[in-house]
Design a protein around this ligand. Sequence first.
Ligand code: SF4
Length: 255
Amino acid sequence: MGQLGHIDRKTMLYQTKVEYGDWAMNHVQGCSHGCNYPCYAFLMARRFGRVKTYDEWLRPSIVDNTLDLLRKELPKHKDEIERVQLCFTTDPFMVGYPEVGKMSINAIKLINEYGIPCVVLTKGILPIELAELSDINQYGITLVSLDEGFREEMEPGAASLADRLAALKTLSDTGCKTWVSMEPYPTPNVHEQELQPILEAVSFTNQIVFGRVHYDRRASAYEDLNAFYRGAAKQVRTFCEENGIDCHIKKGTAD
Ligand code: SF4
């Protein structure tokens, strides 16, 4: 179990500008998963002076006044909020930090009290307690490969792919809505793999979101970059159509 720092913040909920974002909350600063894609949240935190180094980013601090802030902000914004995303700049079920997961569950419960659904995304383990919460929520994992060696290289502090998938399947089996974020999907020069087995591994989910790699010079240098992503996006769309899965191809991936 990791040592968790503690901070307070002035605000919690905010409206995002990303294509499927709506509103979001980030109740932790930093993330021990330490992704090497690289992590956009880390790049932004460093740019705006919230952390100085990658090592500092790996030592997360929980926002202690999260629930107080939500109690203040939810009545104010409840009519504008369609859904809340946990999280954009950290992970709500960070491996080795049960306090983070506990706070996430309490935040989801509070948000649900206002009839607002939460969209959860993690590279950790989705706990079974989520099955007891409102069925308006949607629970997801990031999965860009089935190769555990590649996971260890790119997401060194995150949960193993098998454990991540098993937790998602368990929630799906209890009737929860589930989804998968296949982003940033690697180009063949970054990691050579077949897309079909990954799609088949998540065929039980309700939604697949597919997106390209960003901020990676190796991927950008890939000769057939656009053709590769167009082909992959087509394969994802076809798979979703055949399996009755909602499909979302991120902007700029296949166009
Ligand atoms: S899980 Fe997300 S927030 Fe955490 S290091 Fe990886 S990309 Fe960054």
